[in-house]
Design a protein around this ligand. Structure first.
Ligand SMILES: O=C(O)CCC(=O)C(=O)O
Ligand SMILES: [Fe+2]
Length: 230
């Protein structure tokens, strides 16, 4: 599997520093977050002190191998009763830590660079992968905000991103996501099936044996958010 990983397009070679277009509305920006990576990891550590990683249980009773936490107005949770967004942490009833400025600035820049209007700043999920951790093919559809894209930032050990289509049966392409890579998907690609292949046993100077992924979403559409504020 490690050999497979190195056969994928290398995001950081000079000739590949250009955006990689996956589909209409979906793009990888290789290395876009490299300058901010140390600050992103510091901010992540501070969030984790306030809201520790948890291995959530799926409605089917499986313990997820990804460790998860969140920041911003909403965090994603899962348990035997289903998947949902909550304004408080599942076991402490504390609000999620606020979204750090260094996260917000990167989300704004990536959203604009990808040509979308509405930056996903309502929820920042933090996923922790170790050797063998995977995230099977899924759509991000627990949100009610199809008008804003997903922004995803990869830090630490490189992973294989699985990029499928709008149905589970669609062919899956594989891309290598390295430290500092940013992926944005929205518009016609907002509900594309995607996932992460099991993380190889490798180390990265910034994170040791781990990969950290930050994914940003809006949870409520502009119309629903406006209704709430009335
Ligand atoms: O770790 C990644 O790059 C993808 C994460 C993801 O798809 C999710 O959190 O829904
Ligand atoms: Fe996802």
């Amino acid at each position: 599997m490690t050999a497979d990983l190195f056969d994928l397009p290398e995001a950081h070679s000079p000739e590949a520093a250009e955006p990689i277009h996956l589909d209409e509305g979906a793009v990888i920006f290789p290395g876009m977050a490299l300058p901010q990576a140390p600050a992103l990891l510091d901010a992540t550590r501070s969030i984790v002190r306030q809201a520790p990683f948890r291995h959530l249980v799926t409605p089917g009773g499986h313990r997820m191998s990804v460790g998860m936490t969140a920041c911003g107005d909403y965090g994603w949770t899962s348990d035997r009763s289903g998947y949902r967004y909550t304004r408080t942490q599942p076991d402490s009833a504390q609000p999620w830590p606020p979204m750090p400025d260094v996260f917000r600035a990167l989300v704004l820049a990536a959203t604009e660079r990808a040509g979308f209007d509405r930056p996903p700043l309502q929820s920042g999920l933090i996923n922790l992968y170790r050797h063998g951790t995977r995230l099977s093919l899924h759509q991000d559809r627990d949100e009610d905000a199809p008008d804003s894209p997903i922004v995803s930032v990869s830090l630490g050990v490189a992973a294989t991103f699985l990029w499928g289509g709008l149905t589970r049966e669609a062919p899956v392409r594989r891309f290598r996501l390295s430290h500092g890579d940013v992926v944005v998907w929205g518009g016609p690609s907002r509900f594309v099936f995607h996932g992460i292949a099991p993380l190889p046993r490798m180390t990265h100077p910034a994170t040791g044996e781990c990969r950290v992924n930050l994914t940003f979403r809006n949870v409520m559409s502009e119309a629903n958010a406006a209704l709430r504020e009335r």
